[in-house]
Design a protein around this ligand. Sequence first.
Ligand code: MN
Length: 246
Amino acid sequence: MMDRRTAIKHLGGAASALLLTETLRGEAALNGQAAAAPPPAPPTGPFKLPALPYAYDALEPSFDAETMHLHHDKHHQAYVNNLNVAVAAHPELAGRTLEDLVVNWASLPEAARTAVRNNGGGDANHSFWWPTLGKGSTAPMGELAKAIDAKFGSVSAFQDKLTDAAMHVFGSGWAWLVKLPDGTVAIESTPNQDSPLTAGHEPVLGIDVWEHAYYLKYQNKRADYVKAYFNVLNWDYVSGQFAQKA
Ligand code: MN
């Protein structure tokens, strides 16, 4: 039988490189040296980063393409990766949906709780958020228009109140318009990546006020970013979603 080194000589390209790597690892192990293992890649599932439902520059100039790339491809991806790592470390969580994990994080095993709360929340909040952005109608429609009028009196009064909530989030978090179990709407804010779903409140729309959402373009001017948010709020989509769930 040919030995490995002779075999490598007879092979070409990638196959020989692979065999050589394997051979060297084997030799290192025999010599009592630790084989240099590459850092483990995060699991690729069960949770996946959803594609943006529009081009990265679709929300220009309000939300710039570079921020969208970082926000979606790096920040949202990190929540997904970290959630997959947490779930892989806790086999008892296998098969549970993202919403189930986000709603019930407080009753999870303690060792998984914080990772699922932060990263499950981060995945859920961003996955919810991307489709609520876009360009279209400048005002709510149908049932959502009625619910906003009933609660706030007018769309502009609602926008003032949501802006106020967004400006008063201390540190990182979100300001939301939610639908309460009685069918009415309300404004609330959540710290960090907590989701309104945990309290049984259905998000209708929201503003991500983490600095990663705006610092590149707006620096410390959160008010300008919040103003810009209303230019890219996809009222057609959020009104349609609200009517569907009515
Ligand atoms: Mn974010």
